[in-house]
Design a protein around this ligand. Structure first.
Ligand SMILES: Cc1cc2nc3c(=O)[nH]c(=O)nc-3n(C[C@H](O)[C@H](O)[C@H](O)COP(=O)(O)OP(=O)(O)OC[C@H]3O[C@@H](n4cnc5c(N)ncnc54)[C@H](O)[C@@H]3O)c2cc1C
Length: 396
């Protein structure tokens, strides 16, 4: 029997993971990435136990052992006073409760490992400088058009081309991604450059009025990763890598804990960009064409689940395509399986951002007071709220 063939638009974490999952099932795969070289921008990400379960299934975990960092705990603190609201033990605990580790890693290290694993698959091909301009449905599949003029056919076409997806526009109609009213700062700084002023060596969410920050460790614990999310009325520039000015970053976070100021001042490359999103889509599929990752369900990063959901999508999609010789039906199954979970997580992510950004002292007290009490009475109370997310093994 001839191998079935998948064309994947986009070589981000979602597209590469999907290509790898399908190639491991014996599919012929072609991943088409618009950038001239395969490169992840951005900073650190957290991969929760449900994401680690997917990396295990893709055989990638051993490839990131040297660069991941497993934090002792995740804490929620107030950004100005540093006061701790709760502490969730993670190291050891996550494995015991949810069956896998909770880790922090630089996106580039995760992306490199996925790409290396994909390149090692004889039936997979990864093409850069391959910007897709649209697709056409054909007998037995779909073809994409590339800006450079070629046409590439697959039994299925998977749009993993991010929040501004071309494939999504064609499936669902043209609309612009919506500015969420939040901009993000990012910086990565060697721990050695911070002396006694390094943020704690675990994950901390620093909450404040109209903004929050997250500090984690990446590159095996040798670097501090800073992400700051700030509410803002409007935004006009495009892209992820817009250099930010230190004075603007300090205007946002300079009055917070000294360790946050220290990270911003020590950073040699501060970046600032806008967070875009869109409401849940009515449909993901058009016959043999579907969507995956941010193309299907962009979300605010406040639950640290965007890339993890893309990994889950990838594993589920490969599984259903492997089990059903009717590709169109398999894509419908995939959408039906994935949509309720990712929609709930999209909604919770928006709610979390607002929970970290309480605008008045009274609202902070009303929100964080009960959390502080609950976590002191029983740490399990807060852990339990994560069970439906972290215990889930999408490939089971
Ligand atoms: C500040 C911040 C922090 C985050 N932290 C976390 C975290 O801790 N944990 C977590 O799980 N998630 C996190 N996320 C979310 C995560 O980064 C995204 O959900 C994830 O990167 C989505 O991957 P993707 O492959 O779907 O899309 P993308 O990463 O956007 O990849 C899309 C790819 O498609 C390519 N492309 C686009 N258009 C075309 C075209 N026409 N032709 C060919 N190629 C094309 C692009 O160049 C790109 O390479 C965070 C996000 C932000 C903004």
């Amino acid at each position: 029997m001839t191998k079935r063939r998948a064309v994947i638009a986009g070589g981000g974490i979602g597209g590469i993971a999907c290509g790898l999952a399908l190639a491991r099932k014996g599919w012929e795969v072609e991943v088409l990435e618009q950038a001239p070289e395969l490169k992840e921008v951005g900073a650190g990400i957290q991969v929760s136990p449900n994401g680690m379960a997917m990396l295990d299934r893709l055989g990638v975990t051993p490839m990131i052992e040297g660069t991941l960092f497993e934090p002792e705990a995740i804490e929620l603190r107030l950004g100005r006073s540093g006061r701790r609201i709760f502490r969730l033990p993670m190291k050891g605990y996550a494995q015991a409760r949810w069956g896998n580790r909770f880790i922090q890693i630089h996106r580039a290290d995760l992306h490199d490992a996925l790409a290396q694993a994909l390149r090692a698959q004889p039936s997979a091909q990864l093409r850069t400088n391959a910007k897709i301009t649209g697709y056409v449905r054909e007998r037995g599949g779909a073809s994409v058009y590339l800006e450079r003029g070629d046409r590439v056919f697959g039994d299925v076409l998977i749009g993993a081309d991010g929040v501004r997806s071309e494939i999504r526009q064609q499936i669902c109609g043209a609309d612009r991604a919506r500015f969420t009213g939040n901009v993000a700062w990012r910086a990565v700084v060697p721990v050695d450059a911070l002396g006694d002023n390094a943020p704690p060596p675990f994950g901390v969410i620093w909450a404040g009025r109209g903004k929050h920050a997250v500090t984690t460790r990446v590159k095996g614990g040798t670097h501090v990763n800073f992400v700051g999310i700030v509410e803002q009325d409007s935004w006009t520039e495009e892209g992820w890598s817009i250099p930010g000015r230190i004075e603007d970053a300090l205007a946002d976070f300079g009055e917070w804990q000294p360790c946050l100021r220290a990270v911003l001042e020590a950073s040699s490359g501060l970046f600032r960009w806008a967070l875009y999103g869109r409401p849940p889509l009515a449909k993901w599929c058009d016959g043999p064409v579907t969507l995956l990752g941010d193309a299907a369900h962009p979300m605010l990063p406040s639950m640290a689940q965007g890339a993890v959901m893309a990994l889950e999508d990838a594993v589920v999609l490969a599984e259903v395509l492997d089990q059903d010789s009717d590709c169109v039906r398999a894509l419908q199954t995939y959408e039906a399986q994935r949509k309720p979970r990712v929609t709930k997580i999209q909604q919770r992510s928006a709610a979390n951002a607002s929970m970290f950004h309480r605008h008045t002292g009274l609202a902070q007290l009303a929100t964080y007071g009960p959390m502080a009490v609950a976590s002191r009475l029983s740490v399990g109370a807060i852990h339990r709220q994560q069970d439906w997310i972290y215990s889930f093994d999408a490939g089971a």
